[in-house]
Design a protein around this ligand. Structure first.
Ligand code: ARG
Length: 467
């Protein structure tokens, strides 16, 4: 088959190079965007008098026909065509002859591919926002049922203070909310249309780029043609946005893996989202969460790969940039499936409230409460209260008890001994200070884990999401 650029060549291309040079095996993914761009371009050519009305009709109908052939799997994406732009243009020319040959006036594959890829990234961005919204919705539905479910809050993966499970879930949601905001920001920056930049320097034809840009959903034509065909910032933004989504998924997945162990037993995957072992018949493994955690690596890899490809490239377009697509396609597909799977598996996740509650009774979760009590009730400086509470914790350890379980009279006596005979300790207030539920509910500052405060946080997120 004749190459689009075959005029100056005597010999045909080396077969190895043909394979090496071609991008059709993966950029066929962009067929829809390519056809959309060509249709708008044809309308623009008509508007500046470069196409007759019948030629425009032929082109538009031809492109529609190609579209339906691709959808019906009747289009051949052969290697000889090099890339999707060539494949569609060649097929159009085969179908409609001379009129098809006019389509490439006032454009180049350099601006064409920049446009197609931008349109693809915009679409992917919007789809990912939708999936994140659905995931947050599922998480909030779980959170709503667990605003009173006590669990040990951790720092350094060590017991810290009592919280509720709903609160922890809302914490997860915040990362995904920022992911949506980050995607929105990125989307708002894909607002300049590169089409009409041509190879690198613009075109000598009547300038209709602004209308063309509006027709393709952009705010304006790009300001500088050379930059338009040489930059892939929008693809890197998407790769970074996806890396952040995958980072958040991996942290959530890690917690699900830990929590589904015997040692924790906080959650269990439903049978249809768990896997077994080929040798150990008793096993129920959290493969789904492990894969969600592991897929993060490829998202980071894709980002670093394209950053590295783009580094130090001279202006304007270089063929290196053909390497931009596979990493983006892979990251988009990965994030897509991960968000779907995570959402589905959370819907049937079993939550073991009893084990969460039991684990609140070890690790002296109420120690901070005792120190706060001494500050509030007796006016002792916090540092001193911290020290005295430490002595109480040591006492509890010696007794083999959790601080929340020591005999209240014994504790009162210990405090009097440490703080001096003059101190009056209200026994009801002391026992409330050591009560796990009371401890959780006391933290009602903005952003705290108090049940009503968590309900408010859920409401704010739902309003933001417009549920
Ligand atoms: N397949 C190419 C790519 O993906 C399209 C642009 C080719 N332009 C060129 N001057 N060779 O980047």
């Amino acid at each position: 088959m004749a190459k689009l650029w075959g005029g100056r060549f005597n010999e045909s291309m080396n077969e190895l190079l043909e394979r090496f040079n071609a991008s059709i095996t993966f950029d066929k993914n962009l067929w829809e965007e390519d056809i959309q761009g060509s249709m708008e371009h044809a309308k623009m050519l008509y508007s500046i008098g470069l196409l007759e009305v019948n030629e425009l009709d032929l082109i538009l109908n031809g492109l529609r026909e190609i579209s339906s052939e691709i959808i019906k799997d009747k289009f051949s994406f052969s290697l000889e065509n090099e890339d999707i732009h060539t494949a569609i243009e060649n097929e159009l020319c085969k179908k409609i002859g001379q009129a098809g040959k006019k389509l490439h006036t006032a454009r180049s594959r350099n601006d064409q591919v920049a446009l197609d890829f931008m349109l693809y990234c915009r679409k992917a961005n919007i789809v990912l926002q939708g999936l994140l919204g659905k995931l947050i919705q599922t998480l909030l539905n779980i959170a709503k049922q667990h605003t009173h479910t006590l669990m040990p809050g951790m720092t350094h993966l060590q017991h810290a203070q009592p919280i509720n499970f709903g609160y922890h879930i809302v914490a997860w949601c915040m990362g995904f909310k920022r992911d949506i905001q980050r995607l929105r920001n990125s989307l708002s920056m894909i607002n300049e249309c590169p089409l009409g930049s041509a190879a690198l320097a613009g075109t000598p034809y009547k300038n209709e780029r602004e209308n063309l840009a509006l027709g393709l959903g952009f705010e304006s034509a790009s300001l500088n043609a050379m930059d338009s065909v040489a930059q892939r910032d929008f693809a890197l933004d998407l790769l970074y946005d996806i890396s952040m989504i995958m980072l958040h998924i991996s942290r959530l997945a890690e917690e699900l893996i830990i929590w589904s162990s015997y040692e924790f037993g906080f959650v269990a995957f439903a049978d249809d989202f768990a896997t077994g072992s080929s040798i150990m018949p008793q096993k129920k493994n959290p493969d789904v969460a492990e894969l969600l955690r592991g897929k993060c690596g490829r998202a980071y890899g894709n980002l670093i790969a394209l950053l590295t490809t783009m580094k130090s490239l001279p202006f304007a377009y270089n063929k290196d940039m053909q390497e931009d697509k596979e990493s983006v396609f892979d990251s988009v597909q990965t994030a897509h499936i991960c968000l779907e799977i995570l959402n589905a598996s959370l819907k049937t996740l079993h939550i073991n409230k009893e084990n969460m509650r039991k684990m609140c009774e070890v690790g002296h979760l109420v120690a901070t409460d005792l120190a706060d009590f001494l500050v509030q009730e007796l006016g002792i400086p916090f540092r001193e209260a911290h020290h005295v509470t430490g002595i109480c914790v040591r006492y509890a350890e010696k007794e083999g008890l959790d601080l929340s379980q020591v005999d209240i009279q014994d504790l009162q006596a210990l405090l009097v001994k440490e703080l001096g005979d003059g101190v009056a300790i209200n026994i009801d207030k002391l026992s409330s200070a050591l009560n796990l539920e009371d401890s959780m509910q006391r933290r009602n500052s903005i952003g705290g884990c108090n049940s009503d405060e968590v309900k408010r946080q859920i409401h704010v997120l739902e309003t933001w999401l417009d549920i």
